[in-house]
Design a protein around this ligand. Structure first.
Ligand SMILES: [Zn+2]
Length: 229
């Protein structure tokens, strides 16, 4: 066969075939001849070898990983005790989530009552400085909790809370209608911060009860007596 001058580009194009040993005998000869004289194409071949070696390593590693998982699942399935435990755990988790769901929906007080359902009246100041107000929620559902919160600006929030699934007002629960008091001095002491205003509701939906400098009428004797124990 006549010796032909081939360009490096052609050689580089067919080098992968040469590496995989799928090219013709003539091509093979041609490439080998070229490689013996051309260091650039030699380097190219080395880099192909390098690439393929890395991916071969990866494949082997993956195979080992799969084997480990297979072995794990085999021993897992083999052991009856393990499947018993597995069943118990799944069963317990299921019960746990059902209970959690029940308490979450019926007993977890996370929804705040919209202030359009709330009426705040008779705000007054007791002789010891506590602030008293009358709150009324008239939508027929129970109020389950009052949460006290304060932001950095000194805004104090009294947030009325109920669960996602609200309960109808019972006979005994009088939380929905009645007088409540808030001890400003005690709260300031506890939070180490001055209270500048008191709101009923949340920062987004609120009714102002009191703010600094606001003059409040004195609490009547009758109501004052209600809170003296
Ligand atoms: Zn070359």
């Amino acid at each position: 066969m006549k010796k032909v001058e081939v360009s490096c580009n052609i050689i580089k194009d067919i080098l992968p075939l040469y590496y995989d040993d799928v090219c013709s005998h003539d091509s093979k000869k041609m490439i080998e001849e070229h490689l013996s004289e051309c260091s650039s194409c030699k380097l190219e071949l080395e880099s192909i070898k390098g690439d393929i070696n890395i991916s071969k390593e990866d494949i082997n590693k993956n195979k080992t990983d799969i084997n480990v998982i297979k072995k794990m699942s085999v021993s897992w399935n083999r052991s009856r005790l393990m499947s018993f435990i597995k069943g118990t755990i799944i069963g317990s988790l299921l019960i746990f989530f059902i209970i959690l769901g029940y308490f979450g929906l019926f007993h977890w007080n996370i929804t705040s009552v919209p202030t359009e359902l709330v009426k705040i009246t008779n705000v007054s100041e007791m002789s010891d400085g506590k602030i008293v107000y009358y709150s009324e929620i008239n939508d027929g559902y129970s109020l389950n909790n009052l949460k006290y919160d304060m932001d950095k600006e000194g805004n104090f929030y009294i947030t009325p809370l109920r669960p996602i699934i609200k309960q109808e007002v019972g006979e005994i629960n009088l939380f929905e209608k009645g007088y409540e008091w808030i001890d400003i001095r005690e709260q300031e002491l506890y939070r180490g911060q001055e209270i500048k205003s008191i709101f009923y509701g949340t920062p987004k939906d609120k009714i102002l009860i009191w703010k600094k400098g606001m003059e409040l009428p004195k609490t009547s004797k009758e109501i004052e007596n209600m809170f003296s124990y």
